[in-house]
Design a protein around this ligand. Sequence first.
Ligand code: TMP
Length: 209
Amino acid sequence: MFLTFEGIEGCGKSTQIERLAAFLEWRGVKVALTREPGGSPIGKSLRSILLSESYAVAAETELLLYAAERAEHVAKVIRPALARGEWVLCDRYGDATRAYQHWGRGLSRESIETAHAIATGGLEPDATIWLKLGAEEAVSRARLRNGKVKSGEGRFEAEALDFHRRVEAGYVHLAAEFPERIIAVDGSGDADSVFTRIVAVLEARHAIG
Ligand code: TMP
């Protein structure tokens, strides 16, 4: 099972993916919990470049760096874990590139799909949990948390609200485009309620018993 989590900054996906990993492990499932960017050694270095406020990265550079980090991640981490029979839980994957680099930055969808296909060799998730939350609420949560700015990872958080609205609209489009794969989950409310919703949708899909 290859499961990805998606959503805009502050939607709560990192908290929820960790909870799901712990829940699955408790049920005896072997889990590889990973993320993009940053799930491989090269990915960690690329993450610090991609999220640093010190660089004003051109949109095309950004796309290719995300693709490079994904290629490494798929080859060295995701495919080997799937081959070992583990569940791969990945915090962001291709939909983030579609939402951020196409809807957010305005690069063509074609260039995104080409870069993504080179990076993945066609590996797509079995299911994607999209934590749906309005841009105003999500961004204010993210800015309140402010940890990224402190850790030098605030480049996307510093974007205007309008950018985050476009990214959220991108996820709305993607959910309509891939209705079989993308499961929208209401990201509002406390973490316990959101987690209960996630478990319920996975049970409804018979992904977990
Ligand atoms: P996160 O680790 O908090 O999810 O932050 C990663 C940031 O990188 C987030 O702002 C979204 C951005 N991103 C892209 O723009 N394109 C991508 O393909 C990926 C994986 C992430």
